[in-house]
Design a protein. Structure first.
Length: 291
């Protein structure tokens, strides 16, 4: 489905945008099902806006949403980018509050750079550069630029509300690395002035990006809606399995601390799915006894 040019763009810059991938009648269903999950998670209470609401195991909870990972418009693109034996990693649904500061969805360890993971993001409200759209630093999924941007990960420790998500280092880890102070402007400009690409989005658009890519958003309204689907290549070497297990344990921890914990990273619906594409994506989690 993807052209050789699109694949080259993704591999070089770390992201790809599919405009209008879903029709407006489909968008309406996606919005309604997403809103109902988030409302259910709050027990019917109004969203307070005091902090981000995040629900893990999101798309598995509703009929239409649960078809998205195997929908050919997403599935075929992921297969083109990750190969035939890619794996389902789960996702989340969110209501965001405040800025989401610069981060990557990886630890930055060297061994992660051979293990590709893709996040698929769908924004359910129109978002522009100054109103919370995804900002990315093109090419920052590659090791040299990625590691040059590590001070941004350190900076998140100083921010009262980093917007949630992403892998953060701890103060203890910084001390172990010999870092005793954090520069609030490590590159001489504020975080929202860093050179980047702003991916403005309308409902129905879909953004695909490498999880190592540095990304952020600024200026978004309280309660802006976005949910994700996450996939990875088939793990082959010891370091791949290490990365996969670290991610699995991290998600387990988030599920245990959730407002309404399910106790599962992978839902029964996907474990027992009769959809052949879901079965393919779930083969490795089953092999690893991921629950």
């Amino acid at each position: 489905m993807l052209s050789s040019q699109e694949i080259a763009f993704f591999e070089t810059f770390g992201f790809l945008v599919a405009k209008g991938l879903f029709l407006q009648n489909e968008v309406k269903i996606i919005q309604e099902e997403s809103d109902s999950i988030l409302d259910e998670d709050r027990g019917g209470e109004k969203f307070s806006g005091e902090g981000r609401q995040a629900v893990l195991g999101f798309v598995e909870r509703r009929p239409f949403l649960s078809t998205l990972p195997s929908d050919e418009r997403i599935f075929d693109r992921i297969e083109d980018l990750l190969g035939h034996e890619f794996m389902w990693m789960g996702g989340d649904g969110n209501l965001y509050v405040g800025d989401t500061h610069w981060h990557s969805d990886s630890t930055g360890n060297d061994y992660e750079f051979g293990f590709d993971r893709i996040k698929v993001a769908l924004y359910l409200d129109p978002v522009k550069k100054e109103t919370g759209c995804l900002r990315v630093i093109p090419g920052s999924h590659k090791i040299q630029l990625h590691q040059q941007l590590e001070p941004l990960r350190h900076l998140r420790l100083t921010q009262k509300d980093a917007g949630g998500g992403g892998n953060m280092v701890t103060t203890k880890q910084l001390v172990e690395q010999g870092i005793t102070s954090i520069d609030p402007r490590p590159f001489g400009v504020s975080s929202d002035e860093l050179p980047c690409t702003s991916i403005e989005s309308e409902p129905g658009d879909v953004v695909f990006f490498n999880q190592r890519l540095w990304h952020s958003s600024f200026g978004g309204k309280t309660g802006r809606r976005m949910f994700t689907l996450n996939f990875c290549v088939r793990p082959n070497i010891e370091e791949d399995f290490q990365t996969l297990n670290e991610n699995y344990k991290a998600v387990q921890g988030m599920i245990k601390s959730a407002k309404n914990p399910t106790g599962q990273v992978y839902s029964d619906a996907f474990h027992n799915s009769e959809d052949s594409k879901i079965q393919r994506m779930m083969a490795i989690p089953k092999e690893l006894n991921f629950k």
